[in-house]
Design a binder for this molecule. Structure first.
Ligand code: ARG
Length: 479
C-alpha cells in the first residue's frame, strides 16, 4: 500500500538536528524511514512510554503533574492513530519519533522530557519484544484451535483404517484417529517452542538507553513489572544489539509453516481423484475460469506456497545480523518487515487450516475398497513369524517370498492358500489367516505410540483432556 506523505513535512525540525548544518536530502528521508511499517508498533510504543513516564515520576525525574499531562496526551495520540487522524511524515523516520513529536506538539517542554533516560535503541527493542509476545500468544491460541479441529476429526473418524505411506508407497495400515493425532503432536512441539521462545522474549530492555545505560536514577524493575516482563536485561550493550529473540520467533513460525505445508500437500494429494480419500469443504476451494468442472484446492496450495516466504524471511533475518558489530546498527531496522510478514503469513494459514480440518470428510468407502492393495499386512505377518521363534531376517525373507507369489497372482496375502504358506514356512497352520488383512494387522499393534486400537484410544482421551486444559488456560504460552 503506497503511503501518501504530507508535503509540508520537510520543514519540521529533526529531533537530532543540533549538530547538523545541512538539511537532510529528501531521498535520504524516504530511504531511511521505517514508519511505513513500524507504525504497527504504535500501541506497544505508547504502552511502553506510559510505563516509562510513570517510572520517571516515581523516581522524581518529572513531576506528577507532568506525568499526568504526558499520559493524557499519549491517550489522545493513540486515539488519533486508531481513528486515522494521525499524520505520518517520512522525515520523522519511525513510529517512536512520530509519537514523541506529536507529544511535544501538544505539551511543549513537558513532552520534551519523555525521552529522559531512554534511547530509541532500547525503545524499539522493548516495543518489538511486547509485539512478539502478543504475536506468540495469538499463534499459540490458533495452534490450539487447529489441534482441536484435528482431535474433532480423530474422534469422528474412529474405526476408519488408512494406508500409511513411506516413500509415498503404501506401507502399513493405521487408524485414521492415529493419523490425525500425528498433527497434534507436531503442533504441540511448536507450542512448546513458542513457550520457550516467549521466556527469552519477555525480558525488559528499556533502561539500557543507547548502549551503556544511564547515569539517571531509573527503576527498571518497576517498569518491568508494569509491562509484564519477567526479568530485566542484564547488559545494556546486549539490548542495543540483540534481535535473536525475534529471529527465534521467526524460526518457530518457520517450523509451523513447514508442518502446515506437509498437511497442505497431503490434503492436495488426498483430494485429487487419483487418491479420492478426502472431500474438501467447498467454502475453502476455488473454481477455474475456463474448466467448469474444477474444484481446486487453492487454499491448500497457498498454505504450502506461503511457506516459501516464511523460510525466506528467516534466511533474511539470519543474514541481516551476520557479522554486525556491536551494538545498535541501523541494519536492524530491516528486521521488522520480515518478522511481521512471517507472523501474518503463518497466522493467516492457521486461520484457514482449522475450519478446513473441521469441515473435510474422509471418503471412507473409497479408502476401504482399496485397503487390500499394497500388502499392508506384510509387516505384521513377519512379526507373527518372529513371535513363533523365527529370526527377523529369516521371517523377512519368508514374507518377501509370499508377497512375490501374491504379486504374481495379483491377490492380497489373505488370498494365498495354506499350501502356499506352508511351502514358504512348513510350521505355519490355519492360524496364519488370523493375522492377515488390515483389520487384523491394525488390531495386532500394541506398542506405546502405535496404531493399535487400545493405544490410539488412550491417546485420543489424552488429547481431549490436554486441549480442554489448554483452552481453559486461554492458550497462553506460560505452560
Ligand atoms: N527505526 C529504528 C529501528 O527500527 C529505531 C532505532 C533507531 N535508532 C537510531 N539510533 N537511529 O531500528
Amino acid at each position: 500500500m503506497p503511503i501518501l506523505w504530507a508535503c509540508e513535512a520537510r520543514v519540521a525540525k529533526k529531533a537530532w538536528a543540533g549538530v547538523f548544518q545541512e538539511a537532510t536530502d529528501a531521498r535520504v528521508e524516504q530511504f531511511t524511514e521505517s514508519v511505513s511499517f513500524d507504525r504497527r508498533l504504535y500501541a506497544h510504543d505508547i504502552t511502553g512510554s506510559l510505563a516509562h513516564a510513570q517510572m520517571l515520576a516515581r523516581v522524581g525525574l518529572i513531576t506528577e503533574d507532568e506525568r499526568g499531562q504526558i499520559e493524557q496526551a499519549l491517550g489522545t495520540i493513540r486515539r488519533q492513530i486508531e481513528q486515522g487522524d494521525f499524520q505520518f511524515k517520512p522525515e520523522l523516520e519511525d513510529i517512536h519519533m512520530h509519537i514523541e513529536a506529536a507529544l511535544i506538539e501538544q505539551l511543549g517542554d513537558v513532552g520534551r522530557k519523555l525521552h529522559t533516560a531512554r534511547s530509541r535503541n532500547d525503545q524499539v527493542s522493548t516495543d518489538l519484544r511486547m509485539w512478539v509476545r502478543d504475536a506468540i500468544d495469538q499463534v499459540d491460541a490458533s495452534l490450539v484451535a487447529l489441534q482441536t479441529a484435528f482431535v474433532g476429526r480423530a474422534d469422528a473418524d474412529q474405526g476408519c483404517i488408512l494406508p500409511a505411506y513411506t516413500h509415498m508407497q503404501r506401507a502399513q495400515p493405521v487408524l485414521a484417529t492415529h493419523y490425525w493425532l500425528c498433527y497434534c503432536e507436531k503442533f504441540e512441539r511448536d507450542r512448546a517452542r513458542l513457550a520457550d521462545c516467549r521466556r527469552r522474549v519477555n525480558v525488559l530492555g528499556l533502561g539500557s538507553a543507547a548502549v551503556a545505560g544511564t547515569s539517571l536514577p531509573i527503576d527498571r524493575e518497576w517498569v518491568a513489572s508494569q509491562l509484564g516482563f519477567e526479568s530485566v536485561a542484564a547488559n545494556s550493550i546486549d539490548v542495543s544489539s540483540d534481535r535473536d529473540f525475534a529471529i527465534e520467533f521467526a524460526f518457530v513460525l518457520t517450523l509451523i509453516a513447514e508442518h502446515l505445508s506437509t498437511w497442505a500437500e497431503e490434503w492436495i494429494l488426498w483430494s485429487a481423484s487419483e487418491f479420492g480419500f478426502l472431500k474438501l469443504p467447498q467454502a475453502y476451494c476455488t473454481g477455474s475460469s475456463i474448466m467448469p468442472q474444477k474444484v481446486n484446492p487453492d487454499v491448500l496450495e497457498l498454505v504450502r506456497g506461503k511457506t516459501a516466504r516464511v523460510v525466506g524471511n528467516l534466511t533474511a533475518l539470519l543474514v541481516l545480523v551476520k557479522g554486525l558489530p556491536l551494538a545498535y546498527n541501523r541494519d536492524l531496522q530491516e528486521d521488522k518487515p520480515r518478522i511481521f510478514d512471517s507472523f501474518d503469513a503463518v497466522h493467516a494459514c492457521l486461520q484457514m487450516a482449522a475450519p478446513m480440518v473441521a469441515g473435510a470428510e474422509l471418503n471412507r468407502d473409497r479408502i476401504a475398497a482399496r485397503l487390500d492393495v499394497g500388502h499392508l499386512d506384510a509387516t505384521t505377518l513377519m512379526e507373527y513369524l518372529i513371535q513363533r521363534g523365527i529370526p527377523q531376517r529369516t521371517a523377512h525373507g519368508i514374507v518377501g517370498q509370499l508377497v512375490r507369489t501374491a504379486l504374481d497372482r495379483d491377490v492380497p496375502l489373505s488370498k494365498l492358500s495354506l499350501e502356499d504358506f506352508q511351502a514358504a514356512e512348513p510350521t505355519l497352520d490355519t492360524q496364519v489367516f488370523e493375522v492377515l488383512g488390515v483389520q487384523h494387522a491394525v488390531g495386532a499393534f500394541t506398542s506405546y505410540g502405535s496404531s493399535g486400537p487400545e493405544r490410539v484410544a488412550e491417546q485420543l482421551a489424552r488429547w481431549k483432556q490436554k486441549l480442554a486444559v489448554a483452552r481453559s488456560d486461554g492458550a497462553t504460552a506460560d505452560r
